[in-house]
Design a protein around this ligand. Structure first.
Ligand code: FAD
Length: 396
């Protein structure tokens, strides 16, 4: 769409948009039923076959332009892919980042970097699905992160630590945010941070160590320790010192995409809860006849539809090149809450069977909880709304 498009002209798709993509994703997902995910979790495994199927269908390359071997689809189509995966009872957490981390390379990489990496990421030959931002001591206060990258000839030498780096043991490349200029030497704390495309295979065992991090969900989380890892200077993305801005540039797309997973989760929970409530007979009638069971499911459905509409708006604004941060942030918060309310309703509807592993409710309930914390926690979104939308005083 042209740059001078007005918000009044932006159209928001309703209903089952991208029906062929939805049908095809559902077909793939039928091959990966609950038992597949339960078994994976029990052994903290990686869904290699599932990721391969999505890669071969071209879905993980949805946002890579065709000139680099991707499918060049709009953000909304990518969101639909993730939504359907989750609505089908599967989990895209093992590979969703392959869709969007490359956005930083695409927007800010130089032509050589793009030509070298993007086609191989599009084909799945290279996995770029590790994103090293969060650190143990600084958390959400990203600009205070302590990992340092110091120039030494034609390399940068990295010292520091990352935590919650998902999929680092299942990725060839990591997008790393590190400080190149000490915070007391920059005018603004957002300056002096840089982004690197780090070759995990080349660095592991040479100043870089990755340890699995046991967690409530099977998200292949890790801790990454840097003690003198050397990254070629040619792997710096964009300009040195502007990395924080580059990471922020990708946030809206990431929020819209992960929120689509929440919408998919919510759809799975309400569908599963409604079906169980309709067939489970207690006191000689379906439990769903009781409003105490029926209403929480109905309310979660209404919340899901509302969050979905906001996210569709955010994606339409994104596609039109218009500011979408307000809607992406609010949509993210509302979608994660709708999914959680649906998860709670589904758990409660199933009574004791909600806790039985074979029903998949307890696993998906745990997975749904994550969305209110990562990639951004609810309080941070509320701060954004208070400060940027409502103009109230800055809280941090
Ligand atoms: C399974 C999982 C996977 C993850 N994957 C990745 C990944 O791949 N890459 C990566 O870089 N990170 C990843 N993360 C990290 C995630 O983005 C962070 O956990 C999240 O951003 C919150 O940061 P924190 O855990 O340090 O919490 P903290 O920053 O310590 O905050 C703790 C709580 O306090 C609240 N809080 C903090 N400051 C304020 C304030 N000023 N006002 C109000 N409330 C406040 C927060 O909202 C939060 O609820 C992952 C996390 C998990 C759990």
């Amino acid at each position: 769409m042209s740059a001078d498009v007005k918000i009044e002209d932006v159209l928001v798709p309703l209903g089952e948009d991208y029906p062929e993509i939805r049908a095809s994703v559902r077909r793939i997902c039928t091959g990966y039923p609950g038992v597949y995910w339960r078994d994976l979790e029990a052994r903290e495994g990686y869904p290699t076959e599932f990721v391969k199927a999505l890669t071969e269908a071209g879905y993980l390359a949805a946002l890579i332009p065709e000139e680099y071997g991707g499918t060049g689809l709009p953000l909304r189509a990518a969101a639909v892919i993730l939504e359907e995966i989750h609505a089908s009872g599967c989990n895209a957490g093992a590979c969703h980042a392959q869709m969007y981390i490359m956005g930083t390379l695409l927007r800010h990489g130089n032509p050589e970097q793009k030509a070298r990496y993007l086609p191989r990421i599009a084909s799945g030959e290279l996995r770029l699905q590790a994103f090293g931002v969060t650190e143990p001591t600084t958390g959400t206060d990203t600009t205070k992160l302590k990992t340092r990258a110091v120039r030494d000839g034609d390399h940068y030498v990295i010292h520091g630590q990352k935590v919650w780096t998902s999929r680092a043991l299942h990725s060839d490349l990591m997008l790393l945010l590190a400080r190149t200029t000490p915070v007391d030497q920059v005018k603004k704390k957002t300056e002096g941070l840089s982004v690197f495309l780090l070759d995990i295979g080349a660095c592991r065992g040479k100043g870089m160590e990755i340890r699995p991090l046991k967690a409530m969900v099977n998200h292949n989380a890790t801790e990454v320790f840097f003690d003198g890892a050397r990254v070629p200077a040619e792997n710096l993305i964009g300009e040195e010192g502007r990395g924080f801005k580059y990471i922020l540039d990708g946030m809206n797309a990431e929020r819209i995409l992960v929120s689509a997973e929440s919408i998919g989760n919510a759809r799975w929970f309400t569908r599963t809860a409604a079906a169980y409530a309709s067939q489970r007979i207690v006191f000689d009638r379906p439990i769903g006849q009781n409003q105490g069971i029926q209403f929480p499911i109905a309310r979660a459905h209404a919340e899901t539809v509302a969050a979905d509409l906001l996210l569709r708006k955010a994606a339409a604004l994104f596609a039109a090149g218009l500011p979408c941060g307000d809607d992406a942030n609010m949509g993210k918060m509302l979608a994660s809450e709708a999914a959680w309310h649906a998860a709670e309703a589904c758990m409660q509807t199933h009574g004791g069977f909600g806790l039985a592993r074979e029903y998949d409710v307890e696993r998906r309930w745990r997975e749904a909880r994550l969305s209110q914390i990562a990639p951004i926690s609810t309080n941070m979104v509320l701060s954004y709304i208070g400060q940027h939308i409502l103009g109230m005083p800055r809280s941090y």
